[in-house]
Design a protein around this ligand. Structure first.
Ligand SMILES: Nc1nc2c([nH]c(=O)n2[C@H]2C[C@H](O)[C@@H](COP(=O)(O)OP(=O)(O)OP(=O)(O)O)O2)c(=O)[nH]1
Length: 128
């Protein structure tokens, strides 16, 4: 079975990574993730990432590269993560109830969704 791709944006700015706290569904409310979502059938992963972050945070990101690997999400999807930059901005979250800009030494301070955790080592390297 081919897994559908979920893309996550590792937005890096001034030595920090943007982490977002989910509000839905109830099972994962309060857990932390990267902004993003499911790639539509007619979309590239890059385009999906730009679209999802604009929908969720009201800002345009520039994709700078994809991290290695993919994490399974349940039996049906997989998470891939790209590093992104933004120009100076004020995020306006529409789907998350809290945002944090984490330094490398703070990445373990929030309760990430499991599929995100394998990417944290690569992100620590990018932040140092
Ligand atoms: N956006 C996002 N989703 C993640 C991450 N890690 C992780 O396991 N997921 C899971 C949660 C959801 O089961 C799925 C993505 O769902 P979503 O609700 O964000 O995607 P979407 O906006 O395209 O949703 P939909 O309305 O099409 O259902 O991937 C992450 O870092 N970012």
């Amino acid at each position: 079975m081919v897994r559908r791709v979920v893309v996550g944006a590792a937005v890096l700015r001034e030595g920090r990574l943007l982490a977002c706290r989910r509000t839905t569904p109830v099972a994962v409310a309060g857990r932390w993730e990267l902004p993003g979502g499911k790639v539509e059938p007619d979309e590239t992963p890059d385009a999906a990432l730009v679209r999802e972050v604009a929908e969720e945070l009201g800002v345009d990101v520039v994709v700078t590269g994809w991290l290695d690997g993919a994490s399974p999400i349940a039996d049906t999807h997989e998470l891939r993560v790209a590093t992104c930059t933004v120009a100076g901005w004020t995020p306006y979250p529409t789907e998350h109830d809290r945002l944090r800009w984490l330094r490398a030494d703070e990445l373990d301070d929030v309760d990430w969704l499991e599929p995100d955790r394998p990417f944290l080592a690569q992100l620590t390297e990018r932040l140092r």
